[in-house]
Write a protein that binds this ligand. Structure first.
Ligand code: B12
Ligand code: SF4
Length: 535
């Protein structure tokens, strides 16, 4: 019998535009449907101190604790597992997600406190594992696991991906601190399918979700979108690897959004070879405002070498189609791919700039050779030199790989130049705001960014929770926010009281910050963590 499970999301920076952890919500949904009680500790928006994990174990008394991680958060996840075992040696410790899935032996060796890894899609494997929690001798019969056995590591068979996604219980988002994400103005992600038939050499997505694309029923997808819209989310990301791959599925979702009259803004990922003006127009009519393409490189040979299976021509056409359909096209490029030379880097930059003139917005990452990808597992086949196996370095903003002709210094310099340009752009708006020359949308852009950073810092320092109750004289809510501003400003020395005050007001207006009127006449404040449709 599965009783009580605690799922944990390790922290990662605001710069990665976090969204509520969908994988954990799916796992929680499956566990709850099987009768378990689930708690989720989301350290992306909740503060973590030296005692947080021990306190959570004490409060929830879980039988099992599962931690998710991508490669850049793996070390934090390991620390969490260690803290769990130290606080409660009998609790079963589990990890899942793309990093642990493809580093089983290394991870189990590095973290003796970790009992078992769930590989690939986790819902059914987790239920089977927890049913046999006390009988490790039976784990060998459960597909999708890796654990210590005797002196070695045992990996069981790969589990076949779930056939019918509509049989999966809905993601249990009620257990996530969605209110904090809404307050921060972060998007929320929804998937309409799982699977990808392509084999790009830098991507682990396909290996996680399988080659066969499985689709959810459009009506159920739109039910989910409607629920999120009712909760006040105005920005939804369709996080499928290939949302536009099947035009019929994509169109059915758009049609239903339009039929229900939902007013939401959403964006999606797409491949440049799977869009048409027709489809993009329908997407725009259904509220889509932006489509993100993985364009990766401006050099055709490199695209071929990483098996992207797209052409530069298709990339260019996709941008034109987006423009014709009235959609924003966004592209991500990867610098430092196999075969990269100073010339191919220039080509990529020139290609991106040329498409920018046609309406494209774009960003760069540096290649990170993630475990489980062809490049990560066999860098020598791609003539790449991997410089770091220190997982926190795998954030893709600094070089950890070199090609024969492009070294780390050059790649880092490009990343720094890119970041400097972005900073200069924001500084320029800041200057023009002071002289009254900034456009209204620029002002809003900066204000929103500042509010998000201030509110996130406040959430992560726990300043609100430790602030003394205010407003003892029964003054107005406005005075109470002013008083709160003065109290928390010591935690945010980089920000003026005016900006903190504005951010707190904004959070209160969005119903993300609420007063508790105490019997002693004082007021304390709390973040709104959990959302139900009434809120
Ligand atoms: C949407 C998406 C995002 C979104 C939202 C992420 C989020 N936190 O929800 C955004 C844009 C914010 C994002 C950001 C990043 N992403 Co991203 N993202 C994806 C994408 C396309 C889908 C993820 C998803 O929602 N899947 C659906 C859910 C249901 O699946 P899931 O999360 O994998 O969870 C299932 C299993 O993994 C497993 N599981 C997961 N955790 C656990 C824990 C336990 C205990 C158990 C039992 C099971 C289990 O069970 C879950 C249910 O089946 C994947 C590609 C892919 N197909 O996986 C890349 C992917 C996860 N991202 C990736 C990367 C690298 C990043 C970034 C680091 C970007 C960067 N700088 O390069 C950041 C880091 C953010 C982070 N810490 O998660 C890589 C990770 C590779 C790696 N080894 O690190 C992937 C695999 C793409 C790739 N390049 O190959 N990402
Ligand atoms: S990059 Fe996109 S198309 Fe390529 S394997 Fe990954 S998910 Fe599939």
């Amino acid at each position: 019998m599965i009783n009580h499970v605690l799922l944990i999301n390790p922290a990662y920076p605001l710069s990665e535009t976090p969204s509520p952890p969908l994988g954990l919500a799916y796992l929680a949904g499956a566990l709850e449907a099987a009768g378990a009680t689930v708690d989720i500790l989301d350290l992306v928006v909740m503060p973590k101190t030296a005692d947080t994990i021990a306190e959570a174990i004490d409060a929830f008394q879980p039988d099992a604790v599962g931690v998710t991680a991508v490669t850049m958060t793996a070390e934090s996840a390991f620390d969490i597992i260690r803290e769990v075992k130290q606080a409660a040696p009998d609790v079963l410790t589990m990890m899942g997600g793309p990093h642990a899935t493809f580093t089983t032996a290394e991870t189990l060796a590095a973290v003796p406190e970790l009992d078992v890894i769930v590989r690939g899609e986790g819902e059914q494997t987790l239920l089977d594992l927890l049913a046999e929690r006390r009988r490790p001798g039976r784990w060998a019969t459960i597909p999708g696991l890796a654990f210590r056995n005797g002196g070695g590591i045992q990996e069981t068979a790969w589990r076949k991906p779930v056939d019918d996604l509509d049989n999966l219980p809905a993601p249990a988002r009620h257990g996530l601190p969605l209110g904090r994400y809404r307050t921060l103005g972060m998007p929320v992600s929804v998937t309409t399918s799982r699977g990808c038939p392509f084999q790009c050499a830098f991507c682990v997505g396909r290996r996680m979700v399988g080659a066969r694309v499985r689709y959810r029923q459009p009506l159920r997808v739109v039910d989910e979108i409607e629920t999120l819209a009712a909760l006040g989310f105005r920005q939804i990301n369709l996080a499928d690897d290939l949302f536009t791959a099947n035009p019929r599925h994509c169109r059915a979702i758009c049609d239903d959004i339009i039929r229900r009259g939902l007013h939401i803004r959403w964006s999606s990922f797409a491949r440049v070879d799977t869009v048409s003006v027709d489809l993009l127009t329908r997407m725009r009519e259904a509220g889509c405002h932006a489509v993100s393409f993985g364009m990766e490189s401006g050099n055709q040979d490199i695209l071929k070498r990483v098996r992207k299976k797209i052409t530069l021509k298709q990339a260019e056409t996709a941008v034109t189609m987006c423009r014709q359909a009235g959609l924003e096209a966004h592209a991500s490029f990867i610098l430092g791919l196999p075969g990269e030379t100073p010339e191919t880097l220039d080509q990529t930059m020139a290609f991106a700039r040329r498409l920018r003139d046609q309406g494209l917005s774009y960003g760069f990452h540096l290649l990170a050779p993630f475990p489980g990808t062809a490049i990560g597992d066999h860098p020598e086949d791609f003539d790449l030199r991997v410089l770091s196996r220190h997982w926190p370095d795998y954030h893709a903003n600094r070089a950890i790989c070199e090609t024969r002709n492009v070294d780390r210094g050059r790649l880092d310099a490009m990343a720094v130049e890119w970041e400097t340009r972005l900073k200069d752009y924001l500084d320029d708006i800041g200057r023009r705001m002071l002289t009254g020359d900034a456009r209204e949308e620029e002002i809003q852009q900066i204000r929103n960014m500042e509010r998000t950073v201030i509110l996130h810092e406040l959430m992560m320092t726990g300043a609100l929770e430790t602030a003394a109750p205010v407003n003892g004289n029964g003054a107005s809510p406005a005075a109470a926010i002013e008083s709160l501003t003065r109290q928390v400003s010591a935690c945010l020395p980089d920000w003026s009281d005016d900006k903190i005050h504005d951010a707190l007001n904004h959070a209160r207006d969005r119903n993300g910050l609420r007063p508790t009127h105490r019997t002693d006449g004082h007021t304390s404040w709390h973040w709104v963590d959990y959302l139900s449709e009434a809120q």
